[in-house]
Design a protein around this ligand. Sequence first.
Ligand code: MG
Length: 458
Amino acid sequence: MTGNLFGTTGIRKVYGTEFDLSMALKLGKSLGTYLGEGTVVLARDARTTGPMVEDALAAGILSTGINVVKAGMIPTPTLAFITRLHGYNAGLMVTASHNPPQYTGIKFWGQDSMGYTPDMEREIERIYTEEEFQVAKWNELGEEQTTETAVNEHIEAILGQVDSKIIESKGYNIIVDPGNGSGSVLTPYLMRRLACKVISMNSQPDGHFPGRVSEPDKESLADLIKMVRDTGADLGIAHDGDADRVVFVTEKGEVIRGDRTIALLSREELKRSKNKPIVTTVDSSRVVDETVENSGGKTIRTPVGDIQVALKMRETGAAFGGEAAGVFIFSEFHNAPEPFVTICRILELMASTGKSFGELISEIPVYPLRKAKVKCENEKKSAAMQTLAKSLPERMEDVAEVITVDGIGISLKAGCVLVRPSGTEPVIRITCEAPTDKQVEKILANAKVEVERAIGNL
Ligand code: MG
């Protein structure tokens, strides 16, 4: 963990109380100082605070003698993609992802389209705190330019990755719901390029998020589900505010968890890249491991966060990985989440098999999942987790494997349990999965007793 500034993915704060423009200005100076020279590309999502925060960041960067290219309101993956495409020294995305509208934030991307690692963030924060900034003289300031080609460059590259012909031949009916976020400027147009008939909803970018809350889930996607059913569409597609996530809705109106989609696509990716592992976070369903194993592959688990997946993919040479929340990474394309290639892969699969998305995903079992949280003061979390590292595996029955990359994950003969301290709330979270409702209830009850006891004994 870094200091106060950075969270799991970049900076995410409430504007006005936790974050103000002076911080953005200083962060711009910090990044410029960190880089020393070169050019930074800046972009933003649809939040009301975006243009202003972007300008403050730009001012800070320019003051250190580093150039700035402004790419406007685009998806986060597009920013990461053009950072690498043009060899910019860094990419800054002004976004608070799927958080409520009063939030703002900044994600940092490297020249290789990889998110900044916790080490790099720590270094930025050190410079920020010590305030020893690089200062350019009046005649050595950075220069500012704008680009309006980012989305088109990204779309062309995506189309270069997929079998457009086979998708075009089907003329699919697609409903796109970007949730008033920055996905509005890309996904509907990409679908049209693939000869799909597109209806888009909530697709005027608006930082008040008038259409729905930004996080795409079963509740927030009620309108999309209805629209898919009412129009008889082939597929529903939803993004979060900065469109680094994608969630799919079947032709029947079923919202599909991202880990099942990872499992489905893993089968295809393993055909393309034999012997390369599949990477996913500790909180993904065991259905990923099972599906990958049945296809002759191996799954590697990481702590939560898309940067953790990307780093592990680089370390292991994996070609495909993702997170249950709707993150998918194709390392041969680039190192950031790639929802748009994911959409194309699904359409390719539908087109090549002649099956609907609902038929395809029904081949991936869905296991009952139960969650609980137990109150635990932040100061007591680490002691509680230490106790649980020993006591929880003892308490559970039929333990097959204990995974401790992030929290305590225990694979059982049938099912699994994950216990993790929340990064944002004073609670410890318990997530259980098993083949049947009865089994999952029993696992949850067992784990909960043990977590409560560990906290109670402190
Ligand atoms: Mg996001």
